[in-house]
Design a protein. Structure first.
Ligand code: UN1
Length: 513
């Protein structure tokens, strides 16, 4: 089955509804019409009518209704829906990737990689659908058993960002669906078409699956901060999973906490790498380049801070300058392009402001930073990835700048490098290049990197879905995708069963006998 024409790059003048659910389909959104622009050339991609805050309430009500049915469908059967979704994603991989390139400006291989990430998480979730198990626990009382069970939680609100417009939703939605939860998704306003396409895939899979998949199981609500706030504040949504900036996450967390809901946050990253004297520099150069300039520096896992031992510093600088000088920058749709556009002008302005701050703090620009106008599509914001050398970790290095901008600092002592590495408010991803097993293990050990992700001889970005993804401190503490992240999408019941004829009390308490 192919995607219908109407979710493909639209004809001029098309207006899409920003509120789609499984059935009735499509529903009409009632908010303002807006036009997101493609980062490729700044041209509008489509017109979208936003959903309103009361319509978010309708979507949540439908999800709550769907939950009553979906929670009783056996988990392996719920896995069958996700298997069907995965089949459709495989069939439509290249068209879906095309939409990511159009709306997020990602180069083709990275856009396809993002859809592959969705396929991978489908497979993970299908396997998981037969492994949502609890424990049998030793009980202190005779003729009793003590077991824990995991049950579906309820509607899950997903708030996602422009830079991973499909995969981050998929981590939450595919796992949430096998766990028995309906999904209400507020995507970035920058990427509505890919969100509608993703939801369309679920719709098509649900039609193949049959009536066990209730309407309201998967909904997209497109709109601005008011739509996100309506989702976060709704007491019928027990879990809100939000990816994006620290200020956004802080406000979602406060709203959700005030109603004692659960939030799962994946916020800023300001990721660092340590390159030690024994590092394989050939590998390090390749890893650093992909991590710092891939997705034009717009991954939450992008490499932003590089701490290099003074004995290899000059050689690394020279080789990085060489690698950066030949990076193909331009149209992300073209074969061979490695660096596509920034998402918008504001990102370029922020990058320039960070470069200026770094300069004022004693930084020396080693390469890049200029706007690129030649051989790139007119109307897009293209920039040369920049590297700035700093004498020490200065205040600007404590901030995440969502652009291809990497700071370099030399170090003398390994423990100081770890101190500097950990001295920022964010704690998502980290890496070390070393062939010294003591350094490697120290870095991933309790006194090493304080991040949620720590790699050895690998870059900071490009995590696979099987691990739990997320980070500490201002990154928000959430873990999504693999490992036991599924537990957050379920509720645990501890069950004590007395199969005897006496009523012994725990802790040996005697009460009236
Ligand atoms: C993000 O940028 O929000 O590890 C997610 C990575 C990707 C996911 C990034 N698998 O870079």
């Amino acid at each position: 089955m192919q995607l219908p024409e109407h979710i493909l790059p639209p004809a001029d003048g098309d207006t899409f509804s920003g509120l789609w659910a499984l059935d009735p389909y499509p529903r009409g959104a009632a908010g303002e019409v807006f036009s997101p622009c493609s980062p490729i050339d700044g041209k509008p991609t489509c017109q979208i009518r936003a959903a309103t805050a009361p319509q978010v309430g309708d979507a949540v009500m439908a999800a709550e209704h769907a939950f009553r049915q979906w929670r009783t469908v056996p988990a392996p059967r719920r896995g069958e829906l996700v298997r069907l979704i995965g089949d459709l994603v495989r069939e439509n991989k290249s068209k879906l990737a095309e939409l990511i390139t159009l709306e997020a400006g990602k180069i083709r291989p990275e856009a396809e990689g993002e859809i592959q990430e969705w396929i991978d998480v489908c497979e993970f979730a299908v396997g998981l659908s037969r492994q949502l198990h609890g424990l049998t626990i030793a009980t202190e009382r005779p003729e009793h058993s003590l077991i824990e069970q995991w049950h579906p939680l309820g509607p899950v609100g997903v708030i996602s960002a422009f830079n991973f417009p499909a995969a981050v939703w998929a981590w939450n939605a595919m796992i949430g669906l096998v766990c028995g939860d309906p999904i209400v998704w507020k995507p970035s306003e920058q990427t509505p078409l890919i969100a509608l396409a993703c939801n369309q895939i679920v719709t098509l899979a649900a039609a193949r699956f049959g009536s066990d998949a209730p309407s309201g199981l998967s909904t997209v609500v497109i709109g601005g901060a008011d739509v996100g706030a309506a989702l976060a504040s709704d007491p019928r949504v027990p879990l809100v999973s939000a990816t994006g900036s620290v200020p956004m996450g802080r406000s979602v967390a406060q709203v959700v906490a005030s109603r004692l809901g659960r939030s799962l946050l994946e916020l800023g990253g300001n990721n660092g790498m340590i390159v030690t004297p024994s590092a394989d520099l050939d590998m390090a150069i390749r890893a650093i380049t992909f991590a710092a300039v891939g997705t034009c520096g717009q991954r939450c896992t992008s490499l932003r801070r590089l701490f290099v031992h003074e004995s290899v510093y000059d050689e690394l600088v020279e080789r990085l300058q060489k690698a950066y000088s030949s990076l193909p920058i331009g149209d992300p749709r073209e074969d061979g392009t490695l660096v596509g556009p920034l998402v918008d002008e504001a990102s370029f302005d922020k990058m320039q402001a960070s470069l200026a701050a770094a300069h004022d703090e004693g930084g020396h620009l080693l390469c890049g930073g200029d706007r690129v106008f030649d051989d790139v599509p007119e109307g897009g914001v293209y920039v040369q990835p920049a590297i700035v050398r700093l004498p020490r970790q200065t205040p600007i290095m404590h901030e995440e700048t969502f652009a291809p901008l990497m700071y370099m600092v030399a170090y003398e002592n390994f423990d100081d490098a770890i101190e500097m590495h950990n001295a920022v408010p964010q704690g998502l991803s980290s890496a070390i290049f070393t062939n010294d097993m003591r350094e490697a293990h120290k870095f991933i050990g309790p006194a090493g990197s304080d991040c949620g992700l720590a790699g050895v001889n690998i870059g900071t970005s490009g995590a696979e879905i099987g691990g739990a993804f997320g980070g500490e401190k201002e990154t928000g503490g959430g873990r999504e995708s693999g490992s036991d992240s599924w537990k957050q999408y379920m509720r645990r019941t501890t069950c004590t069963i007395n199969y005897g004829t006496a009523l012994p009390l725990a802790q040996g308490i005697r009460f009236g006998d």
